[in-house]
Structure formats: structure tokens, C-alpha cells
Design a protein around this ligand. Structure first.
Ligand code: MG
Length: 371
């Protein structure tokens, strides 16, 4: 049987000198004994997967609201894609895979229902009451809102995973593993949004010919497989696009590690530039794709209508609870004495899935619905 101690020794042998070792963790806020056969980061990984907030990601919107179809990404499948890309990058650079995966699995826990429009709504509603930011909300969840242990609130994650979630405050001084997750997030959503955008019919493949990197890969795939179905061609293009980005990222990051003389994990946090980054050519190539997604998908009238509806729905819920907090369930009401009412309502709404928020709206506003 492999023990934790042996795993820690293995890490020292196999990780790069600049990879963060579990044995060097700064530990947890509340003291706990170590596990016999899991490292601290492996344990965090498991705690996140077993949390309520993680399960709810299944019914939270990425771009398409969950009831719009079963084929699109949800926050859960997005999170799994981010974790997978982060794992590949971390393993290849000999960084700590367990740490990178834990940060990836937790990185979107703080999102409320209805994606970014939900976040905008909560931010507006919380103006003057401490605001709302999904990165900080993820920390609130793992530090405070998950109730699992009798002796402390939250999941009591390691300092390194918590710091990786705190990119709102420390965008420049992230560990290499946290930087990996940040870029993996972007690689994942650029490509799966492209994929979902085409599947939904909101984006037509012909429109993409104006994007140089798409045009190039499209031509390659067409030449190699002239007779494949458009559906299969789309996947072939997208998998190559992801591969191009990841490969470029690995080369450039390795170059920066050498150039900057990164030898220990802390070295990466003291330089002023990101170490995990794309090269200049890829920086140029990805810009037109991002612009395209922004104008043609994220601001497609269909997406905007859904987003606006979501905002009205969340505002209506928020104001209803605020006017008469007795309508909140007991577990939420119990927190009213301890925290400001706006924060309590915000936490409650942020924890909702799309589906739950819509059901709740129906219950509160449709006269013939059971409450
Ligand atoms: Mg994300």
C-alpha cells in the first residue's frame, strides 16, 4: 500500500523544482491530522467533488440556460473540461497535477444561476452592500457556506487551493498551478462555446472563415478528410484548435521558466509577468476568435434576451425576500442574526441552480402554483 509519506517523496522526485509539493503546503486554517494515503491536495480534490456546490454546477448555465437543450455545456461539464486541460498542462510541465485539478474543480463554484447575467444581476443588487464577485463567492463557499464538519465551517481547504481561487485579489502573484488553471479556463470556454454556438445554429460555420486560425485548420482538415460529415469535421477542427493552443502554451511557458530562471515555486510569484502564457503569435491569432465570440455569440439577440430575463427573475426574487424575509427557508433565516440581510439573500440566490431559481419564481409569482 502506497502511503501519503511515500507519495510526498515521489512528488519530490518527479515534479519539477518549481512545482508545488504537497509536503510544503502552508496547511489549513483549522488544524487537522494528515490522511494516511492521500496528500493534502488530493484530499482537497475529493472534498470539492463531494460538496453540494459542486453538484449544483450540473444545473447552472455556461452560455445556454440548462433548459435550452441537453447538448450544451453546463458549468459542470465546463469545469471538467478545464480540469482535464489543466491536468495535461500541469503534467507536461511537471507541476503538481493534484493542486491544479483541485483549483480547476473549484474555480467556478461561486457562480450563481444563469451565468454572467446572474452575476451582473447580483452585483447590481449588492451595490452598497459589499458587492458580488464569483471568485470571492467561491471562497465564501469553501470557507464558510458548505456545512460538512462539526468543528469548523466550510471545507477547510489548503492555503494553496484557496489562494488559487483568489485570483480577483492576486492576479499577478498566482502559483504556476493557479496560472495553469486560469489559461485552461480560457482555452476550454473559447472552444466549447464555439462548438455549442455552431450546434445551436447561432453561429454558422461560413461566418468563421474570416478568422485566420479557423480558416487554416479548416483547410487542413478538409484536405485530409474531404468527405466527412460537417458534424465530424467540426469536432476535428475544434480538437486541433485546442491542441494548437495547448502546445503553444507549453512551449512559451517553458521558455519563460528558463528565461526568468524559475527554480522554486515562489520564484513564479515574485516576477511581474505571467509565466504560463501564450507566445506572441498565438496571442495575435486568438484575438479575432474572441472578438467573434463576443459579438456573434455572447451578444446574439437570443442570448441577450435570455440574459435579460434571468436578471429580471433574480431581481424579483431578491426584492421579494428582502421585503419579507420570513419567506426564506429556515437554514437561511437562521443566518439573519449573524450577517447583513443583503448578504444572506445573495448567498441563498447565488447557491441556486437555474432550474431551482425558475421553480422558485413560479412558486412565488404564479397564483395557482403550490408554494
Ligand atoms: Mg470557468
Amino acid at each position: 500500500m502506497l502511503t501519503r509519506k511515500q507519495l510526498e517523496v515521489q512528488e519530490r522526485r518527479t515534479l519539477a523544482p518549481f512545482g508545488l509539493k504537497a509536503a510544503d503546503s502552508r496547511g489549513r486554517v483549522h488544524r487537522e491530522g494528515e490522511h494516511p494515503y492521500r496528500t493534502c491536495f488530493q484530499r482537497d480534490h475529493d472534498r470539492i467533488i463531494h460538496s453540494t456546490a459542486f453538484r449544483r454546477l450540473e444545473y447552472k448555465t455556461q452560455v445556454f440556460v440548462t433548459h435550452e437543450g441537453d447538448y450544451y455545456r453546463t458549468r459542470l461539464t465546463h469545469t471538467l473540461e478545464v480540469a482535464q486541460i489543466a491536468e495535461t498542462i500541469a503534467r507536461t510541465l511537471r507541476l503538481n497535477v493534484d493542486l491544479a485539478k483541485s483549483i480547476a474543480l473549484a474555480h467556478d463554484l461561486g457562480h450563481g444561476p444563469f451565468g454572467h447575467s446572474g452575476e451582473d444581476a447580483l452585483r447590481d443588487l449588492m451595490k452598497g452592500h459589499g458587492g458580488f464577485d464569483h471568485n470571492l463567492q467561491a471562497l465564501r463557499i469553501v470557507d464558510l457556506l458548505e456545512e460538512r464538519y462539526p468543528t469548523f465551517p466550510g471545507l477547510n481547504l489548503t492555503w494553496e487551493v484557496r489562494e488559487g481561487l483568489n485570483k480577483h485579489r492576486v492576479p499577478l502573484h498566482l502559483s504556476l498551478e493557479a496560472q495553469v488553471v486560469d489559461v485552461a479556463d480560457e482555452i476550454a470556454y473559447d472552444h466549447h462555446d464555439l462548438d455549442d454556438g455552431i450546434t445551436s445554429g447561432l453561429i454558422r460555420e461560413e461566418e468563421l472563415q474570416g478568422i485566420p486560425i479557423w480558416r487554416r485548420v479548416h483547410r487542413e482538415v478538409k484536405k485530409r478528410f474531404p468527405d466527412i460529415r460537417p458534424e465530424v469535421r467540426k469536432y476535428q477542427i475544434i480538437r486541433r484548435l485546442i491542441d494548437l493552443r495547448v502546445t503553444d502554451l507549453l512551449r512559451e511557458s517553458e521558455r519563460r521558466i528558463r528565461k526568468r530562471g524559475i527554480r522554486r515555486p515562489s520564484d513564479a510569484q515574485s516576477v511581474r509577468e505571467r509565466i504560463i502564457a501564450f507566445g506572441p503569435e498565438m496571442e495575435r491569432l486568438r484575438a479575432p476568435l474572441k472578438r467573434f465570440l463576443n459579438t456573434r455569440l455572447y451578444h446574439h439577440y437570443h442570448v441577450v434576451r435570455m440574459a435579460d430575463k434571468a436578471q429580471r427573475l433574480l431581481s424579483a426574487l431578491f426584492e421579494t425576500y428582502l421585503r419579507k424575509p420570513e419567506q426564506l427557508p429556515d437554514t437561511t433565516r437562521n443566518r439573519l442574526g449573524k450577517e447583513e440581510i443583503h448578504r444572506v439573500i445573495c448567498d441563498y440566490i447565488a447557491g441556486m441552480t437555474d432550474r431551482y431559481a425558475m421553480e422558485e419564481y413560479r412558486k412565488l409569482f404564479h397564483p395557482f402554483e403550490r408554494v
